[in-house]
Design a protein around this ligand. Structure first.
Ligand SMILES: O=C(O)CCC(=O)C(=O)O
Ligand SMILES: [Fe+2]
Length: 362
Protein backbone atom coordinates (compact mmCIF):
# COMPACT_ATOMS: atom_id res chain seq x y z
CA UNK A 1 0.00 0.00 0.00
CA UNK A 2 2.96 2.27 -0.52
CA UNK A 3 0.90 4.45 -2.86
CA UNK A 4 -1.44 5.24 -0.04
CA UNK A 5 1.50 6.06 2.15
CA UNK A 6 1.90 9.45 0.57
CA UNK A 7 -1.64 10.29 1.65
CA UNK A 8 -2.29 11.60 5.10
CA UNK A 9 -5.17 12.54 7.32
CA UNK A 10 -5.77 15.93 8.97
CA UNK A 11 -5.12 15.94 12.71
CA UNK A 12 -8.27 15.93 14.83
CA UNK A 13 -8.86 15.76 18.61
CA UNK A 14 -8.22 12.53 20.45
CA UNK A 15 -11.62 10.95 20.92
CA UNK A 16 -10.72 8.83 23.95
CA UNK A 17 -9.85 12.05 25.82
CA UNK A 18 -12.80 13.96 24.39
CA UNK A 19 -15.17 11.22 25.54
CA UNK A 20 -14.05 11.70 29.14
CA UNK A 21 -15.07 15.34 29.04
CA UNK A 22 -18.55 14.78 27.62
CA UNK A 23 -19.75 11.58 29.14
CA UNK A 24 -22.87 12.87 30.87
CA UNK A 25 -26.45 12.39 29.63
CA UNK A 26 -26.75 16.06 28.62
CA UNK A 27 -23.13 17.02 28.11
CA UNK A 28 -22.33 19.09 25.02
CA UNK A 29 -20.87 17.00 22.19
CA UNK A 30 -18.97 19.03 19.59
CA UNK A 31 -21.00 19.56 16.43
CA UNK A 32 -18.58 17.69 14.17
CA UNK A 33 -19.39 14.45 15.99
CA UNK A 34 -23.19 14.80 15.87
CA UNK A 35 -24.59 12.29 13.39
CA UNK A 36 -28.38 12.37 12.99
CA UNK A 37 -28.24 9.19 10.87
CA UNK A 38 -27.01 7.24 13.91
CA UNK A 39 -30.56 7.08 15.22
CA UNK A 40 -32.69 7.85 12.16
CA UNK A 41 -32.04 4.68 10.15
CA UNK A 42 -33.72 1.39 10.97
CA UNK A 43 -31.64 -1.27 12.75
CA UNK A 44 -32.68 -4.91 12.99
CA UNK A 45 -30.97 -7.64 14.96
CA UNK A 46 -32.63 -10.62 13.34
CA UNK A 47 -32.75 -10.90 9.58
CA UNK A 48 -35.66 -13.12 8.50
CA UNK A 49 -34.87 -15.17 11.60
CA UNK A 50 -31.35 -15.92 10.35
CA UNK A 51 -27.95 -14.94 11.67
CA UNK A 52 -24.90 -14.32 9.51
CA UNK A 53 -23.66 -17.71 8.25
CA UNK A 54 -21.06 -19.38 10.43
CA UNK A 55 -18.52 -21.42 8.49
CA UNK A 56 -16.31 -24.02 10.12
CA UNK A 57 -13.00 -24.01 8.29
CA UNK A 58 -11.99 -27.30 9.85
CA UNK A 59 -14.97 -29.04 8.34
CA UNK A 60 -14.49 -27.27 5.05
CA UNK A 61 -10.95 -28.56 4.74
CA UNK A 62 -11.67 -32.12 5.78
CA UNK A 63 -11.99 -34.82 3.12
CA UNK A 64 -15.67 -35.12 4.07
CA UNK A 65 -16.23 -31.44 3.45
CA UNK A 66 -19.19 -31.71 1.12
CA UNK A 67 -21.77 -31.12 3.86
CA UNK A 68 -20.08 -27.90 4.97
CA UNK A 69 -19.73 -26.90 1.32
CA UNK A 70 -23.43 -27.32 0.76
CA UNK A 71 -24.11 -25.39 3.94
CA UNK A 72 -21.78 -22.66 2.83
CA UNK A 73 -23.20 -22.46 -0.62
CA UNK A 74 -26.83 -22.38 0.42
CA UNK A 75 -26.10 -19.98 3.27
CA UNK A 76 -24.36 -17.68 0.86
CA UNK A 77 -27.08 -17.92 -1.73
CA UNK A 78 -29.71 -17.24 0.86
CA UNK A 79 -27.76 -14.27 2.00
CA UNK A 80 -27.33 -13.02 -1.48
CA UNK A 81 -30.79 -12.92 -3.01
CA UNK A 82 -29.44 -13.04 -6.53
CA UNK A 83 -27.85 -16.05 -8.03
CA UNK A 84 -24.54 -14.30 -8.48
CA UNK A 85 -24.56 -12.44 -5.22
CA UNK A 86 -23.10 -15.15 -3.16
CA UNK A 87 -20.98 -14.14 -0.31
CA UNK A 88 -20.13 -10.92 1.39
CA UNK A 89 -19.81 -11.37 5.09
CA UNK A 90 -19.54 -14.51 7.10
CA UNK A 91 -18.11 -15.73 10.33
CA UNK A 92 -15.32 -18.20 10.46
CA UNK A 93 -14.72 -20.66 13.29
CA UNK A 94 -12.08 -23.36 13.81
CA UNK A 95 -9.81 -21.21 11.72
CA UNK A 96 -6.58 -22.72 13.02
CA UNK A 97 -5.09 -19.53 14.44
CA UNK A 98 -3.95 -20.56 17.96
CA UNK A 99 -6.06 -19.16 20.80
CA UNK A 100 -2.93 -17.99 22.56
CA UNK A 101 -1.82 -15.89 19.59
CA UNK A 102 -5.20 -14.19 19.46
CA UNK A 103 -5.35 -13.73 23.23
CA UNK A 104 -1.87 -12.15 23.34
CA UNK A 105 -2.70 -9.71 20.59
CA UNK A 106 -6.02 -8.78 22.17
CA UNK A 107 -4.36 -8.19 25.55
CA UNK A 108 -1.65 -5.98 24.05
CA UNK A 109 -4.11 -3.92 22.01
CA UNK A 110 -6.25 -3.34 25.10
CA UNK A 111 -3.12 -2.38 27.07
CA UNK A 112 -1.94 -0.04 24.34
CA UNK A 113 -5.15 1.97 24.26
CA UNK A 114 -5.43 2.07 28.06
CA UNK A 115 -2.13 3.95 28.39
CA UNK A 116 -2.06 7.70 29.05
CA UNK A 117 -2.33 9.88 25.95
CA UNK A 118 1.33 10.92 26.07
CA UNK A 119 2.49 7.32 25.74
CA UNK A 120 0.25 6.72 22.72
CA UNK A 121 1.22 10.01 21.10
CA UNK A 122 4.72 8.70 20.51
CA UNK A 123 3.20 6.77 17.62
CA UNK A 124 1.16 9.63 16.17
CA UNK A 125 0.55 9.57 12.39
CA UNK A 126 2.83 11.86 10.41
CA UNK A 127 1.22 14.39 8.02
CA UNK A 128 1.67 12.29 4.88
CA UNK A 129 1.06 8.83 6.29
CA UNK A 130 -1.90 6.79 7.40
CA UNK A 131 0.24 4.59 9.62
CA UNK A 132 0.39 5.24 13.33
CA UNK A 133 -1.98 6.49 15.99
CA UNK A 134 -4.69 8.98 15.07
CA UNK A 135 -7.70 8.98 12.79
CA UNK A 136 -8.02 7.74 9.26
CA UNK A 137 -9.35 9.61 6.28
CA UNK A 138 -10.05 13.11 7.54
CA UNK A 139 -9.66 15.42 4.54
CA UNK A 140 -11.45 18.63 5.32
CA UNK A 141 -12.07 20.88 8.28
CA UNK A 142 -15.85 20.54 7.97
CA UNK A 143 -15.99 16.75 7.52
CA UNK A 144 -18.09 14.96 10.16
CA UNK A 145 -15.92 12.92 12.51
CA UNK A 146 -16.09 9.39 13.81
CA UNK A 147 -16.19 8.58 17.51
CA UNK A 148 -13.00 6.51 17.43
CA UNK A 149 -9.20 6.55 17.54
CA UNK A 150 -7.06 4.17 15.51
CA UNK A 151 -3.64 2.63 15.31
CA UNK A 152 -2.86 1.49 11.76
CA UNK A 153 0.21 -0.58 10.93
CA UNK A 154 1.45 -2.18 7.76
CA UNK A 155 2.33 -5.72 8.85
CA UNK A 156 3.35 -7.64 5.72
CA UNK A 157 5.66 -8.01 3.87
CA UNK A 158 8.11 -7.59 6.74
CA UNK A 159 10.23 -5.03 4.90
CA UNK A 160 7.18 -2.78 4.54
CA UNK A 161 6.93 -2.39 8.30
CA UNK A 162 7.62 1.08 9.60
CA UNK A 163 8.74 0.34 13.12
CA UNK A 164 8.53 3.99 14.15
CA UNK A 165 4.82 3.36 14.58
CA UNK A 166 5.06 -0.06 16.21
CA UNK A 167 4.51 0.36 19.96
CA UNK A 168 7.26 -0.82 22.31
CA UNK A 169 4.86 -0.47 25.18
CA UNK A 170 3.33 -2.83 26.15
CA UNK A 171 6.66 -4.63 25.79
CA UNK A 172 5.18 -7.70 24.10
CA UNK A 173 3.16 -5.75 21.50
CA UNK A 174 5.53 -6.20 18.56
CA UNK A 175 6.02 -9.89 19.24
CA UNK A 176 2.27 -10.47 19.55
CA UNK A 177 1.53 -8.66 16.31
CA UNK A 178 4.29 -10.47 14.47
CA UNK A 179 2.93 -13.84 15.64
CA UNK A 180 -0.60 -12.85 14.66
CA UNK A 181 0.60 -11.80 11.22
CA UNK A 182 2.34 -15.14 10.57
CA UNK A 183 -0.42 -17.28 12.01
CA UNK A 184 -3.12 -15.63 9.91
CA UNK A 185 -1.04 -15.82 6.75
CA UNK A 186 -2.34 -19.08 5.36
CA UNK A 187 -5.91 -18.36 6.42
CA UNK A 188 -6.71 -15.79 3.75
CA UNK A 189 -4.96 -17.81 1.04
CA UNK A 190 -7.04 -20.79 2.02
CA UNK A 191 -10.18 -18.67 1.87
CA UNK A 192 -9.30 -17.30 -1.56
CA UNK A 193 -8.77 -20.81 -2.79
CA UNK A 194 -11.97 -22.10 -1.32
CA UNK A 195 -14.07 -19.16 -2.44
CA UNK A 196 -12.96 -19.56 -6.03
CA UNK A 197 -13.84 -23.23 -5.86
CA UNK A 198 -17.26 -22.48 -4.39
CA UNK A 199 -18.29 -20.61 -7.53
CA UNK A 200 -16.72 -23.02 -9.99
CA UNK A 201 -13.54 -21.06 -10.73
CA UNK A 202 -10.06 -22.59 -10.58
CA UNK A 203 -8.98 -22.73 -6.93
CA UNK A 204 -5.71 -20.96 -7.70
CA UNK A 205 -7.31 -18.13 -9.70
CA UNK A 206 -7.27 -15.56 -6.90
CA UNK A 207 -4.01 -16.64 -5.33
CA UNK A 208 -1.64 -14.97 -7.78
CA UNK A 209 -3.20 -11.61 -7.12
CA UNK A 210 -2.77 -11.83 -3.39
CA UNK A 211 0.38 -13.94 -3.22
CA UNK A 212 2.66 -11.19 -1.90
CA UNK A 213 0.04 -10.70 0.77
CA UNK A 214 0.40 -7.01 1.56
CA UNK A 215 -1.50 -6.69 4.80
CA UNK A 216 -2.24 -3.95 7.29
CA UNK A 217 -3.87 -4.05 10.71
CA UNK A 218 -6.21 -1.29 11.82
CA UNK A 219 -6.93 -1.36 15.54
CA UNK A 220 -9.87 0.84 16.40
CA UNK A 221 -10.80 2.13 19.83
CA UNK A 222 -14.41 3.28 20.28
CA UNK A 223 -14.93 5.11 23.58
CA UNK A 224 -18.33 4.79 25.26
CA UNK A 225 -20.76 7.69 24.92
CA UNK A 226 -23.89 8.02 27.01
CA UNK A 227 -25.47 9.80 24.07
CA UNK A 228 -24.49 6.98 21.73
CA UNK A 229 -27.50 7.61 19.49
CA UNK A 230 -25.93 10.93 18.46
CA UNK A 231 -22.47 9.75 17.39
CA UNK A 232 -21.05 7.20 14.94
CA UNK A 233 -18.09 4.87 15.55
CA UNK A 234 -17.16 4.34 11.90
CA UNK A 235 -19.13 5.93 9.08
CA UNK A 236 -20.77 3.62 6.54
CA UNK A 237 -18.22 2.34 4.02
CA UNK A 238 -17.14 -0.74 2.14
CA UNK A 239 -13.55 -1.92 2.43
CA UNK A 240 -11.54 -1.12 -0.68
CA UNK A 241 -9.29 -4.16 -0.20
CA UNK A 242 -9.63 -7.80 -1.23
CA UNK A 243 -10.63 -9.31 2.05
CA UNK A 244 -10.79 -8.21 5.69
CA UNK A 245 -10.50 -10.48 8.71
CA UNK A 246 -12.12 -8.67 11.58
CA UNK A 247 -11.44 -9.57 15.18
CA UNK A 248 -13.60 -8.30 18.01
CA UNK A 249 -10.98 -7.49 20.62
CA UNK A 250 -13.00 -7.03 23.78
CA UNK A 251 -16.33 -8.77 23.19
CA UNK A 252 -18.39 -5.60 22.91
CA UNK A 253 -20.53 -5.70 19.77
CA UNK A 254 -21.12 -2.74 17.49
CA UNK A 255 -20.70 -3.79 13.88
CA UNK A 256 -23.68 -3.40 11.54
CA UNK A 257 -24.05 -4.32 7.88
CA UNK A 258 -26.50 -2.95 5.34
CA UNK A 259 -29.10 -5.41 4.05
CA UNK A 260 -32.03 -4.24 1.93
CA UNK A 261 -31.72 -0.67 3.11
CA UNK A 262 -31.68 -1.59 6.81
CA UNK A 263 -28.84 -1.93 9.26
CA UNK A 264 -28.33 -5.37 10.65
CA UNK A 265 -26.32 -5.93 13.86
CA UNK A 266 -23.60 -8.54 13.58
CA UNK A 267 -22.81 -10.43 16.76
CA UNK A 268 -19.48 -12.18 16.49
CA UNK A 269 -19.22 -15.31 18.64
CA UNK A 270 -16.14 -15.41 20.80
CA UNK A 271 -13.16 -16.73 18.84
CA UNK A 272 -14.68 -16.23 15.38
CA UNK A 273 -13.35 -14.01 12.65
CA UNK A 274 -15.76 -11.94 10.66
CA UNK A 275 -14.74 -12.21 7.02
CA UNK A 276 -15.59 -9.27 4.91
CA UNK A 277 -15.42 -9.04 1.10
CA UNK A 278 -13.89 -5.81 -0.16
CA UNK A 279 -14.46 -3.84 -3.37
CA UNK A 280 -11.36 -5.28 -5.04
CA UNK A 281 -12.66 -8.83 -4.72
CA UNK A 282 -16.03 -7.77 -6.07
CA UNK A 283 -14.36 -6.57 -9.26
CA UNK A 284 -11.98 -9.52 -9.59
CA UNK A 285 -14.86 -11.95 -9.18
CA UNK A 286 -16.94 -10.03 -11.74
CA UNK A 287 -19.56 -9.41 -9.05
CA UNK A 288 -19.88 -13.02 -7.88
CA UNK A 289 -18.80 -11.78 -4.47
CA UNK A 290 -20.16 -8.46 -3.35
CA UNK A 291 -18.51 -6.02 -1.00
CA UNK A 292 -20.81 -5.00 1.78
CA UNK A 293 -21.52 -1.62 3.30
CA UNK A 294 -20.95 -1.58 7.04
CA UNK A 295 -20.55 0.78 9.97
CA UNK A 296 -19.78 0.59 13.68
CA UNK A 297 -21.99 2.07 16.38
CA UNK A 298 -21.09 3.15 19.89
CA UNK A 299 -22.00 1.49 23.19
CA UNK A 300 -23.33 3.92 25.81
CA UNK A 301 -21.37 2.40 28.69
CA UNK A 302 -18.57 0.25 27.39
CA UNK A 303 -15.51 0.90 25.28
CA UNK A 304 -15.22 -1.27 22.19
CA UNK A 305 -12.07 -2.35 20.36
CA UNK A 306 -11.75 -4.13 17.02
CA UNK A 307 -8.84 -5.13 14.79
CA UNK A 308 -9.26 -5.29 11.02
CA UNK A 309 -6.64 -7.19 9.05
CA UNK A 310 -6.81 -5.86 5.50
CA UNK A 311 -5.57 -8.03 2.62
CA UNK A 312 -4.44 -5.93 -0.33
CA UNK A 313 -3.67 -7.16 -3.82
CA UNK A 314 -0.15 -6.76 -5.19
CA UNK A 315 0.51 -3.10 -5.64
CA UNK A 316 1.17 -2.81 -9.37
CA UNK A 317 -2.01 -4.69 -10.28
CA UNK A 318 -4.65 -3.68 -12.70
CA UNK A 319 -7.95 -4.66 -11.12
CA UNK A 320 -10.29 -6.29 -13.61
CA UNK A 321 -12.68 -9.25 -13.64
CA UNK A 322 -10.63 -12.45 -13.95
CA UNK A 323 -11.44 -14.59 -16.98
CA UNK A 324 -12.11 -17.50 -14.64
CA UNK A 325 -15.07 -15.56 -13.26
CA UNK A 326 -16.40 -14.43 -16.62
CA UNK A 327 -17.32 -17.76 -18.05
CA UNK A 328 -20.54 -16.54 -19.66
CA UNK A 329 -18.57 -13.87 -21.48
CA UNK A 330 -20.10 -10.80 -19.91
CA UNK A 331 -17.61 -8.55 -18.17
CA UNK A 332 -19.41 -6.47 -15.55
CA UNK A 333 -16.68 -4.02 -14.48
CA UNK A 334 -14.15 -1.78 -16.20
CA UNK A 335 -10.44 -2.16 -15.35
CA UNK A 336 -8.66 0.24 -13.05
CA UNK A 337 -5.14 0.36 -11.71
CA UNK A 338 -5.13 -0.60 -8.09
CA UNK A 339 -3.23 2.54 -7.14
CA UNK A 340 -5.88 4.76 -8.77
CA UNK A 341 -8.59 2.82 -7.01
CA UNK A 342 -6.85 3.24 -3.66
CA UNK A 343 -6.25 6.92 -4.27
CA UNK A 344 -9.95 7.47 -4.92
CA UNK A 345 -10.62 5.75 -1.63
CA UNK A 346 -8.04 7.56 0.42
CA UNK A 347 -8.89 10.97 -0.93
CA UNK A 348 -12.64 10.31 -0.80
CA UNK A 349 -13.05 11.46 -4.35
CA UNK A 350 -15.80 8.87 -4.56
CA UNK A 351 -17.67 7.10 -1.80
CA UNK A 352 -17.75 3.28 -1.73
CA UNK A 353 -20.94 2.83 -3.70
CA UNK A 354 -19.97 5.26 -6.39
CA UNK A 355 -16.47 3.88 -6.59
CA UNK A 356 -17.93 0.61 -7.81
CA UNK A 357 -20.85 2.16 -9.73
CA UNK A 358 -18.38 4.13 -11.85
CA UNK A 359 -16.73 0.91 -12.93
CA UNK A 360 -19.88 -1.07 -13.69
CA UNK A 361 -20.62 -1.87 -17.31
CA UNK A 362 -24.24 -2.09 -18.38
O1 LIG B 1 -14.98 -2.05 14.24
C1 LIG B 1 -15.64 -2.67 13.40
O2 LIG B 1 -16.43 -3.55 13.72
C2 LIG B 1 -15.54 -2.33 11.94
C3 LIG B 1 -14.20 -1.77 11.54
C4 LIG B 1 -14.13 -1.51 10.06
O3 LIG B 1 -15.11 -1.51 9.38
C5 LIG B 1 -12.84 -1.25 9.40
O4 LIG B 1 -11.80 -1.21 10.09
O5 LIG B 1 -12.84 -1.08 8.16
FE1 LIG C 1 -14.56 -1.68 7.23
Amino acid sequence: MAGARAIGSLPVPNVQELAKTCNGPDEHIPERYIRPEASSEEVISNYHGEAIPIIDLNKLLSPQSSEECVKLRSACQYWGFFQHYLWNKLQLINHGVPDEVIANLKRDIVDFFSQPLDAKKEYTQLPNSLEGYGQALVFSEDQKLDWADMLYLQVHPSDSRDLRFWPTSPASFRRSLDAYSSETKSLALCLFEFMAKAVGAKPESLLGIFEEQPRGLRMTYYPPCLQSDKVMGISPHSDVVGLTLLLQVNDVQGLQIKKDGKWLSVDAPNGAFIVNIGDTLEILSNGKFRSVEHRAVINPNKERISASLFHYPCENMVIRPLTEFVKDGKVNYRSISYLDFMTQFFTQQLDGKNRLEMLKLE
